[in-house]
Design a protein around this ligand. Sequence first.
Ligand code: PLP
Length: 415
Amino acid sequence: MTRIGFDKFEDFYARRTGGMRSSVMRDLMAVIAMPDVITLAGGLPNTESFPAKTLAKVTQQIAMNCSAAALQYGPTEGFQETKENIVKVMAEESTVADPDDIIVTTGGQQGIDLVTRILVDPGDIIIAEAPTYPGAIPSFCSFEADVVQVPLDDDGIRTDLLTAEIERLKKESRKPKFIYLIPNFHNPAGVCLSLERRLEIVALAKKHGLIILEDNPYGQLRFEGESLPTLYSLDDSENVIYVSTFSKIISPGIRLGWMVAPPALLAKFNMGKQAADLCPSTLAQMIVNQYFQDFRWQDYVEEVIKVYRSRRDAMLAALEEYFPEEASWTHPQGGFYIWVTLPEYLDTVDLLALAIEEHKVAFVPGSGAWVDGTGANHMRLSFSAVSEDRIEEGIKRIAKVIREQMELYRALQGS
Ligand SMILES: Cc1ncc(COP(=O)(O)O)c(C=O)c1O
C-alpha cells in the first residue's frame, strides 16, 4: 500500500471506516510479488499445475460456441448449471445440497462478507476461532462487529470454551449473530475440527438457536486420514450457512465461490449481492461449467494434492532440521498451512521486517489472525505455492532470524 500522509478526505469518511482493517495477507501481496523474496506468506494455490491446454480448450469452446452469452450479465444467484456442478463438488464431501439453496458468489470471500453485511449491526457479536482467517477480519470490522475469539487446539475450536462463552453471553441476554468456523485444514492453524466437536457444535447451535458460518475452502485437499463430515451435513435444523469456493480446486483467478443457506436467509444474501456486484462473472461460470463437462475435475484435485503433500513434507522436514527446539508447529493432513508457535517473548511482526529486509523471506505474522492483535509469537507458513528446495531455503532463513532474535533476547536478559 502507498503511504498516506495528510489526508484531505478525512472529513468525508463514514464513521464505520474508522474500524476498518486491512488484511495482513493482502498487505503482504506486494512482497509476495518480489521475485527475489522466498514467500511462505501467501495462501496461493499452485496455479502452475493447472494445464494451460485445458484452459485454452475450455475458453476456446466458449468463445466459439456462446461468446455473446459469456459476455452478458447473468442471474444474481448464478447459472443453474453452475449450481448443479457445485452440488457435485459438495457431494464429494458426502454433503447433499439443493441447487435452489445455492448462490454463486465472487469467491468464498464474498460469502463471508454477505453474511456479515446481512446479519451484523454495529456492536453485534461474532464468535470466531483464535486464530481466525485473517481475510475475514476486514469484513467483520467493516460492519463494526464485536468479535469474540475462542481458542482452538489440535482438534479445532475448544468446545468447552465455546459453550462457556455462549452461556456467559446468555447471562448478559446477548447472543452471537453467528459463529464463524473453518473446520477443515484451518487457515491459519492447519488443524481439523474433530468429529466429536463437530457433533457438539451442531447440537449447541440447535439447543441455543445459533447460526454457524461454515467456511470450507480446503476440505477437498486432504493428503491423508479420514474425511470428516461437514457441519452442514450434520445439521438437521437449518442452523448452518455453508461457504466454499472453486479457488483451491481450480483457480482463485476465476473468483467463483458459493454459499448454501436456508431460503429466507438466501433471499437476503441475494439482495446483498445485487447491491455488491449484481451477479457473479458469467464468463468465469462458463469456464467452470465447460471444464466440468469436458474433464473430470477430481483428476486435477488429485494431481495438486500430490504436489501439496510433497511440499508439506518438505516443510515439516525443514522445520524439524532448522527450527530451534523452543518452537512447535502443527502437522496438517491437508490444505496449505503450518502454524508455528514461538517463545512468548518473540514478536513475529518484528521478525518479519528482519526476514524480508535481511534474509529475503516472508511469512504471515500471527497477530493478523486476531482482531485485537494478540498472537504475536505465532507465524503462518504456507507450503502450497513454493517448490521443495525453495521451501527448505526459506525455512533455513527464517530459522536464522529466529535464532538471532533468541540470542539477542538472552543476551539482554543476561545483562
Ligand atoms: C478460510 C478462507 N476463507 C475464504 C477464503 C477466500 O477465498 P476465495 O475468495 O478465493 O474463494 C480463503 C482464501 O484463502 C480462506 O483461506
